[in-house]
Write a protein that binds this ligand. Structure first.
Ligand code: UDP
Length: 241
């Protein structure tokens, strides 16, 4: 398919684990992961280098397990391993489409995937492979949103694209409050001061302090990812000023 050219050289897409569930409440919906893989393939074919960070909330969330009585560190280890499972599923879906993909884990698990090594990750991207960064930051008490900010900064991505279920950032939950105001643009400081529900504060501060622009978009709007990569204003752009 002839594609428009990308407005970016290198991007990092953050997918939550929940995005892979579709209508279910656990695990992975094969139809959904196939659709997302197709969208990643489309943007890859536009010439942009694509890195992906996947969450694990569709399988395990450390905080939830800890609330149920588990030791938090062990629970977070389970959460990180859940992200590895999602990464392998996404790799499988991408490879089924013929897209070369490498999974790189922050926790060493060599029989399953590569270790995350920044220079090697950049090399994969330069060769046109999609690099999926799994196991978050490799440390408990962090989130995959923070991992996405960290990895995007490390690999010098032009932008962090955070996939959600709504069309960007709103003054309130747009699902519950139809009067919630949509913000086409925001500053990181406003996100922090107004406690807007975008990403956790650690992730936002990482983006702010390292001048990494963040765009929040609706993954359920098929084609929005392509429009963003083409340079269109879709969702909400969060920047320093
Ligand atoms: N996690 C962690 N360290 C990290 C990233 C993730 O311990 O750097 C664990 C944590 O338990 C988290 C789980 O992995 O709850 C899944 O990640 P997250 O909740 O960010 O997934 P998402 O909400 O994006 O599906």
């Amino acid at each position: 398919m002839a594609q428009a050219k990308s407005a970016f050289t290198r991007i990092l897409v953050k997918l939550s684990g929940e995005a892979l569930m579709g209508g279910g409440d656990y695990g992975i919906d094969p139809a959904v992961i196939k659709r997302i893989a197709g969208e990643l393939q489309d943007i890859r074919e536009m010439g942009v280098q694509v890195a992906v960070v996947i969450g694990g909330g569709n399988i395990f969330r450390g905080a939830g397990l800890a609330r149920a009585g588990m030791d938090r560190v062990a629970a977070d280890h389970m959460g990180m391993l859940a992200t590895v499972m999602n990464a392998l599923a996404m790799q499988d879906a991408l490879e089924a489409l013929g897209v070369q993909t490498r999974v790189m884990s922050a926790i060493r698990i060599n029989e399953v995937c590569e270790d995350y090594i920044r220079r090697r990750a950049v090399r994969h991207l330069e060769k046109g492979r999609i690099a999926i960064f799994a196991a978050g930051t490799g440390n408990p008490f962090f989130t995959t949103d923070t991992a996405a900010a960290l990895r995007a900064i490390e690999i010098s991505a032009d932008v962090l694209l955070k996939a959600t279920k709504v069309n960007g950032v709103y003054s309130d939950d747009p699902v519950r409050n139809p009067k919630a105001q949509h913000y086409p643009r925001l500053t990181f400081d406003k996100v922090l001061n107004d406690k807007l529900n975008v990403m956790d504060a650690t992730a936002i501060v990482m983006c702010r302090d390292n001048h990494l622009p963040l765009r929040v978009f609706n993954l359920n709007n098929s084609g929005d990812l392509t429009r963003i990569v083409r340079g269109e204003e879709v969702g909400t752009l969060v920047t320093l000023e």
